[in-house]
Design a protein around this ligand. Structure first.
Ligand code: S3P
Length: 447
């Protein structure tokens, strides 16, 4: 299989300070829900139509993976029609499945493959090959699958079994990916599989299982169960705009939208919106307008205006509800009056990069006083200077520093930005609609 794209630093951004931004900016579909629609549509009986699908590299890796296991997908841009293979219909892929940068694709697929009695190898890019996979392999082995990791990381070989044994499993971390992998495997177990979690995590899998006809038991907070064998029925899935992508513009609006900025039809699933609470604790006025449902998910139009923010405390409860939004929350903290303390966030070290270290280094480079802790940061709000940041190939770090330019005294250069396409294709062009000025340098410009 061809190596995944993104030779380091083949692309960079130069984010220029601008006076003011504003208007309306639509962000693309939700990444977590797009992955789930593909995987769950692929194992359902009947057709699943998906609207608002995110055509990012991560989701296209999942699309390629299900196709290589025999699922037919009619692809019309953001609209897909998946002809479900059913609970028994996936075929062994002819080659290893390359999931690129996507931890979600790898972990959720492992849950599905644990119940398919054929051998598959899962691999990915340099970042994904460093991320912890034993945490998902362990419970799936207990259920009966044979799984070999490479000292805890991918490449992973999996040989599924059927039926699986139902388990009652307590997760070591509040992770939606682990929870989802075990619940998906539980569809092929004989009996009730229960997942207990030390804190909340996004519940898109549970909502989609219910939409597709599977009962999900919620007997206690942070505890869910499915009873197998259970089969999914294909349905229409409407994907809302991704809160995690909107997050960059929520903070951008607070930093620079004199007359306000609107981000329409954004998913506001309460298991994802901790950033709103963090920013409100910092004094931000954020309006959720026209709250409504998009299928099983709540959405709203989000309106923000420029605000001077105050420092805050971010502890583990808010961390769980804002795990992907912390890089941009750190940028907000860097502009705030006073010292923001973030704790209980050690999990950030296992994302697409070590986001505690990489954000701390970047903030220090642009002149912000920052102290790194094992499980978080202390950030003293101050004046952001220009400078050259290494994003370490992490899409959310790259976008966060692009937004920081709104309060910077000079341009911020951000290296290794090609992976932004894993979650937010065309981010610089979309940002330009608000008035942000993010220049994209490619290999030849940089020589
Ligand atoms: C995701 C869950 C989160 C999140 C990731 C997407 C998902 O990871 O960081 O970007 O779609 O389930 P963890 O489950 O590892 O916390």
């Amino acid at each position: 299989m061809a190596p995944y794209p993104h030779p380091a630093s083949a692309e960079a951004y130069v984010a220029h300070p601008v006076e003011s931004i504003g208007g309306t900016v639509a962000v693309p579909g939700d990444k977590s829900i797009s992955h789930r629609a593909l995987l769950m549509g692929g194992i359902a009986t009947g057709n699943t139509t998906v609207s608002g699908f995110l055509r990012s590299e991560d989701c296209l890796a999942t699309l390629a993976a299900i196709r290589s296991m025999g699922v037919t997908v009619a692809d019309e841009g953001t609209r897909l029609t998946i002809t479900g293979a059913g609970a028994d219909g996936l075929q062994p892929p002819a080659a290893p499945l390359d999931l690129g940068n996507s931890g979600t694709a790898m972990r959720l697929l492992l849950g599905v493959l644990a119940a398919h009695p054929f051998a598959t190898t899962l691999t990915g890019d340099a970042s994904l090959l460093q991320r912890p996979m034993e945490r998902v392999a362990g419970p799936l082995r207990e259920m009966g699958a044979s799984i070999d990791t490479d000292q805890g990381t991918a490449p992973i070989s999996v040989l599924g079994a059927r039926p699986l044994r139902p388990i009652e499993y307590s997760l070591p971390v509040a992770s939606a990916q682990l929870k989802s992998a075990i619940l998906l495997a539980g569809l092929w177990a004989n009996g009730k599989t229960t997942v207990k979690s030390p804190g909340p995590s996004r519940d898109h899998t549970e909502r989609m299982l219910e939409t597709m006809g599977v009962e999900v038991e919620k007997s206690a907070p942070n505890e869910v169960a499915v009873t197998g064998p259970a089969t999914l029925t294909g349905r229409a899935i409407a994907v809302p705009a991704d809160f995690s992508s909107a997050a960059f513009f929520i903070v951008a609006g607070l930093l620079g939208a004199e007359h306000g900025l609107t981000i329409p039809a954004v998913g506001i699933n309460p298991s994802r919106t901790g950033l709103l609470q963090i920013l409100r604790n910092m004094g931000a006025g954020i309006e959720l307008r026209n709250e409504r449902l998009c299928g099983a998910e709540p959405v709203a139009d989000i309106f923000v205006t420029r605000t001077e923010l105050d420092a805050t405390e971010i502890g583990s409860e808010l961390v769980d509800l804002s795990i992907d939004e912390l890089p941009i929350a750190f940028i907000a903290a860097a502009t705030a009056r006073g010292r923001t303390r973030i704790s209980g966030a050690a999990e950030l070290r296992h994302k697409e990069s070590d986001r505690i270290r990489v954000m701390a280094e970047g903030l220090a480079t642009v002149g912000i006083e920052v102290r790194e802790r094992p499980d978080g940061l202390e950030i003293e709000g101050g004046k952001i200077k220009g400078g050259r940041i290494d994003s370490a190939g992490d899409h959310r770090v790259a976008m966060a520093f692009a937004i920081a330019s709104l309060r910077a005294t000079e341009a911020i250069e951000i290296l290794d930005t090609a992976p932004v396409a894993t979650s937010f294709p065309d981010f610089p062009a979309v940002a330009a609609q608000t008035g942000l000025r993010i220049e994209v340098l490619t290999g030849s410009d940089r020589e």
